[in-house]
Design a protein around this ligand. Structure first.
Ligand SMILES: *[C@@H]1O[C@H](CO)[C@@H](O)[C@H](O)[C@H]1NC(C)=O
Length: 321
């Protein structure tokens, strides 16, 4: 049977949909002024209903590092609990995600799915964008009810990482019938890659927790989970999941060319709190004990800094605080 399942995987034909690829861009790209944002609905399919987010940890991560991302994902659909948030100056992570429902009332509800470890780098230390999709297929068996997420460790080199992006979301199609349970869009799945930039480019992909690599300089913020790389991963993962749900296959909500779209969060890149301007993330609550900046609270009271999302009702980059 192992033989059969191997064959099954080899039969998967990947068609990366370039037009559907959104990227979390390094900080230097938004240190230039941008035209006014108006995201257009291209009337293609969005992700709606319940999706599990399956994670592949590619390279070495500590349990504490994995917990940062797992708690973020658990928080996306956590019911709001007034008692735990009343003591905090920030709204819930679920309230942040709720902005996606302003694009479509049934916008996907994401829950934490499986986590797979690949500490010994089964496809090597250097990955192309094609191998990211291959990894997602091999290790996460993606299907239509899931979003496959590959997180790469600080020493893993991915084509374009730091130079043009901090992560990406795209879609691929499998020719197998492994997803026969879905009637629509059979075998088509969305995937996301995010890199931990701690060693390669924290000033680009873990800003504002690190001095920016370019442009106006401001002191870096203290990261809420005391891990610059992983708190940067959360910002980029949040960016890409929101993009994947609202523009999964290249025909959803975005501005500009389909090959280089500004999506619901990338349209607001660099904005975290009120009064943000290039190089300054905006006003944010600061934890008195640790000095950490945050703007959202998740399960078990864990704090996060999440990017502003463009709100289609107000046509503004909506900040939580
Ligand atoms: C999603 O899951 C929730 C909780 O299990 C359930 O109440 C809801 O009906 C589901 N939604 C859909 C569209 O299946």
């Amino acid at each position: 049977m192992a033989h059969q399942s191997l064959f099954h995987h080899l039969c998967l034909i990947l068609l990366a949909v370039a037009a559907g690829a959104g990227a979390a861009t390094p900080r230097q790209l938004f240190l230039v002024s941008q035209p006014p944002v108006t995201l257009t609905n291209h009337h293609g399919q969005l992700l709606t209903g319940n999706y599990s987010v399956n994670l592949l940890w590619y390279g070495r991560f500590t349990p504490a590092q994995r917990a940062v991302v797992a708690d973020f994902l658990l928080s996306l659909s956590a019911p709001s609990s007034p008692s735990s948030s009343s003591s905090s100056a920030a709204p819930s992570v679920a309230a942040w995600w709720a902005t996606t429902a302003r694009y479509h009332p049934g916008a996907a509800r994401l829950t934490l799915g499986r986590q797979v470890l690949d500490p010994s780098l089964s496809l090597g230390r250097r990955l192309s964008e094609t191998s990211l999709a291959a990894l997602a297929v091999r290790r996460l068996s993606p299907h239509r009810g899931s979003v496959a997420v590959v997180v790469t460790a600080p020493d893993v080199i991915v084509d374009g990482f730091c130079l043009s992006h901090c992560g990406l979301h795209a879609s691929a199609t499998s020719s197998s019938s492994s997803s026969a349970s879905s009637t629509r869009g059979r075998g088509r799945f969305a995937y996301v890659w995010v890199g931990n930039a701690a060693e390669q480019c924290p000033g680009e992909c873990a800003w504002p927790f690190h001095q920016p690599a370019y442009g106006p300089q401001a002191p870096p913020l203290v990261s809420p989970n005391a891990d610059v790389g992983m708190d940067g991963v959360v910002i980029n993962l949040a960016t890409l999941l929101a993009g994947a749900v609202t523009n999964p296959y290249g025909g959803g909500f975005f501005q500009g060319p389909a090959e280089a779209p500004l999506e619901v969060v990338t349209a607001c890149t660099g904005v975290f709190g009120a009064g943000a301007y290039p190089g300054y993330p905006g006003q944010l609550p600061v934890d008195a004990a640790t000095g950490a900046s945050y703007n959202a609270v998740g399960v078990t009271g864990r704090r996060f800094l999440l990017p502003a999302m463009w709100d289609p009702k107000t046509s503004q980059c909506s900040t939580l605080v």
